[in-house]
Design a protein around this ligand. Structure first.
Ligand code: F6P
Length: 549
C-alpha cells in the first residue's frame, strides 16, 4: 500500500470510529494488555526496577487502526531512517549534519562519521567532565572564597531546558553544589538568581553550542561583571560548554575548563553530553552514568523491538492518530510528578522546534498538519486550573499522563496514594464522562426541580470519550529519567519521519533573531527606517514616552 492510500484508510477509519465510545472497547477483556507496551520486558524489569508501562488503551485505537498506523510507519521508512541516524548518515539534510546524540549515551559503542571514528573524542570529553565534576564536588576545584557552593548554568533553549528540567527531576539525588539556571535576557532573571549567591564560591558555566546566542552572551558578560566586583580572577571560576572552541577562548575561558561537542549534537538533544555538566555536578558522575544508561537502554529497544512492541514507535503512532488523523491541534503532557514540572517546557522545545515545519524534506508543502502544540503542567495542580476545558470544553485535548508508582518520600506515602488516585481518576473520568441521567440525579439531590432541574443537569454532564494515555514507572531515578527523555526523542523522530519533515533543523527561529538585531538600535534612539510598520512604530513610541517620563 502506498503512503497516501494508508492515510486515506486512516481517515476512513476515523470516520467510522469517531462516534464510538472508547469505554465500549473494554468489552474485550484483553484490551488493556493488548493496547499497552512494557519496556524493557517483564523479566529484566523485575531485577532493575526500570520497567515502564505505556497504556494507550483509553484511546479510540482498535486493532484495525493500529495495523494501519504500523503500516504507515513502515511505508514512511521509519526503520531505514532510524538505522541511518544511528549509523551516522547526514540525515539532517538542510544543515548537512549527522544526528548522533545517541552516541553520547553509549560511550563504549562504535560510530563512524564519514569513515572517522567519533568515539575517542567523545570518551575523552566525558572523562574530562567526570574529572572536573569530581573536583568541583570534592573541593579540589575551589573559588576565591573556597569550596564551590553554587553552580550557575547560563544558556537558553537546548542549553538550558534539558539540564534545568533534569536537575529538578532528580532533586532527591543531589549531593553536590546547588544548581541555578539563567536563561532569559530579561535582566530580572540574572538579578533574581544572583541576589543570594556568593561570587567567591560560585562556578559559572556558559552553555552555548554556538557561543553566539545573544541572550547567553549578554548574561555571561553580566555575570562576569558581577563576579569581577568581588573576585580578582573571575575567568578562573568560569567553564564553557560549546562546539565553538575559538569563541570560548575569545571569551577568556581556559581550555581545561572548556568541554566541546560536535555539530552532530543538536541543541535540543544535547543534555547527554557537556550540556549536562551542571546535572553531573549536582548528582555526581556515577548517577549521571545511570542517566546515560537509561537513554542507551531506550535506544537499544527502539532499534530492535518489533514495531508493535516498540514504545517510542507506539507513542508516536498514538500522537499521529490524534494530531494528524483526528486533527486534535494540541496535546497535553501532564506529569503527576512535581519534580517533572519542567518536562512540558522541555518537550515544547523538543517536539515543537523539531516538528513545527511546513515543508517536507523534498521541499514540498506538507500534506497534513504538523505539530501539535504541546503544553501542560503537573497534576494535581492542573486539575484546579485548566482541566475544566479538557473535560467540558468544545475541543478534544488528548492527554498524556505520567506517574511513578512510588515516590521518594516514604514518610509521605499517603500523599503519593492520593496523587495516584487522582491520575487514575482523571483518565477514567475523561473516558467515561457522565451522562444526562446521572447529571439529573445529582441536580435532583441538590434540590432542583422542573425546568431548573433540566437546566442545572446539563451543566453537570461530562461528554467523556476523551482520549488519554498513561506512562507509569516505578520511581523517577536517574536511569528512569534517561529512559523517559530518550523515549520522547525517538517519538519526535518517528513522527517527523512519518510526516516527511526534517526534525533536526530550526530555521523558523532565525527571522525573529534578525529583526531583534535590527530593532535594538531603534530602542537606543537610532533612526527608524521609513518602511517601519505602524504597530512597531507605535510600540517604540510608547517605550520612548515611558523613558522620558
Ligand atoms: O534559537 C534556537 C536555538 O538555536 C536552539 O535550537 C538552541 O537550543 C538554542 O537556540 C540555544 O543555542 P546555543 O546553544 O547555540 O546558544
Amino acid at each position: 500500500m502506498t503512503l497516501s492510500t494508508i492515510w486515506d484508510r486512516l481517515d476512513a477509519q476515523a470516520g467510522r470510529v469517531s462516534a464510538r465510545a472508547i469505554a465500549t472497547l473494554f468489552h474485550d477483556r484483553n484490551r488493556a494488555a493488548a493496547f499497552s507496551v512494557r519496556f524493557p520486558g517483564p523479566s529484566a524489569a523485575a531485577v532493575h526496577g526500570e520497567e515502564m508501562l505505556f497504556d494507550f488503551s483509553k484511546t479510540n485505537i482498535d486493532e484495525d487502526t493500529l495495523e494501519l498506523l504500523i503500516e504507515l510507519a513502515i511505508a514512511a521508512g521509519v526503520q531505514a531512517r532510524r538505522d541511518a541516524m544511528f549509523a551516522g548518515r547526514r540525515i539532517n539534510e538542510t544543515e548537512g549534519r549527522a544526528v548522533l546524540h545517541t552516541a553520547l549515551r553509549n560511550p563504549e559503542g562504535k560510530v563512524a562519521l564519514d569513515g572517522q571514528d567519533v568515539m575517542p573524542g567523545l570518551r575523552e570529553t566525558l572523562l574530562r567532565m567526570r574529572g572536573f565534576a569530581r573536583e568541583v564536588r570534592g573541593g579540589g576545584f575551589v573559588g576565591q572564597g573556597g569550596a564551590i557552593t553554587d553552580v550557575v548554568n547560563i544558556g537558553i533553549g537546548g542549553s538550558d531546558l534539558g539540564p534545568a528540567m533534569a536537575c529538578l527531576a532528580l532533586a532527591p539525588y543531589h549531593d553536590g553544589p546547588r544548581c541555578h539556571f539563567i536563561s532569559n535576557v530579561d535582566g530580572a532573571h540574572a538579578a533574581d538568581t544572583l541576589k543570594d549567591l556568593d561570587p567567591e564560591t560560585t562556578l559559572v558555566i556558559v552553555a552555548s553550542k554556538t557561543f553566539t546566542t545573544i541572550e547567553t552572551m549578554t548574561n555571561a558578560e553580566t555575570v562576569r561583571g558581577w563576579m569581577a566586583a568581588r573576585v580578582s580572577d573571575p575567568g578562573a571560576q568560569f567553564a564553557a560548554l560549546s562546539s565553538a572552541l575559538d569563541r570560548t577562548a575569545d571569551f577568556g575561558i581556559a581550555p581545561e575548563r572548556v568541554f566541546g561537542f560536535e555539530d552532530w549534537v543538536g541543541g535540543r538533544y544535547s543534555m547527554w553530553g557537556p550540556i549536562g555538566l551542571s546535572l553531573m555536578i549536582a548528582i555526581g558522575p556515577e548517577r549521571f552514568d545511570d542517566f546515560l544508561a537509561g537513554g542507551a537502554a531506550m535506544d537499544a529497544h527502539f532499534r530492535s523491538a518489533p514495531l508493535r512492541a516498540n514504545l517510542p514507535v507506539l507513542l508516536a503512532l498514538v500522537g499521529i492518530w490524534h494530531a494528524q488523523v483526528l486533527s486534535h491541534a494540541t496535546r497535553a503532557v501532564l506529569p503527576y510528578d512535581q519534580r517533572l514540572a519542567r518536562l512540558p517546557a522541555y518537550l515544547q522545545q523538543l517536539e515543537m522546534e523539531s516538528n513545527g515545519k511546513s515543508v517536507t524534506m523534498s521541499g514540498q508543502d506538507v500534506a497534513r498538519p504538523t505539530g501539535p502544540v504541546v503544553w501542560g503542567e503537573p497534576g494535581t495542580n492542573g486539575q484546579h486550573a485548566f482541566y475544566q476545558l479538557i473535560h467540558q470544553g468544545t475541543q478534544v485535548v488528548p492527554c498524556e499522563f505520567l506517574v511513578a508508582a512510588k515516590g521518594h518520600e516514604p514518610e509521605l506515602a499517603h500523599h503519593h496514594r492520593l496523587l495516584l488516585a487522582n491520575v487514575l481518576a482523571q483518565s477514567k473520568a475523561l473516558m467515561e464522562g457522565r451522562g444526562i441521567e446521572a447529571a439529573r440525579a445529582i441536580a435532583e439531590k441538590a434540590g432542583f426541580v422542573g425546568d431548573e432541574l433540566d437546566r442545572q443537569a446539563r451543566h453537570r454532564v461530562f461528554p467523556g470519550n476523551r482520549p488519554s494515555t498513561t506512562l507509569i514507572y516505578p520511581r523517577l531515578t536517574p536511569r528512569m529519567l534517561g529512559q523517559i527523555v530518550a523515549l520522547y526523542e525517538h517519538r519526535v523522530f518517528t513522527e517527523g519521519v512519518i510526516l516527511g519533515i526534517n526534525s533536526f533543523d530550526q530555521w523558523g527561529v532565525e527571522l525573529g533573531k534578525e529583526l531583534a538585531r535590527s530593532l535594538e538600535p531603534l530602542l537606543a534612539g537610532g533612526a527608524r527606517p521609513e518602511a517601519l510598520d505602524g504597530s512597531t512604530a507605535q510600540l517604540l513610541d510608547f517605550v520612548a514616552a515611558v523613558r522620558l517620563s
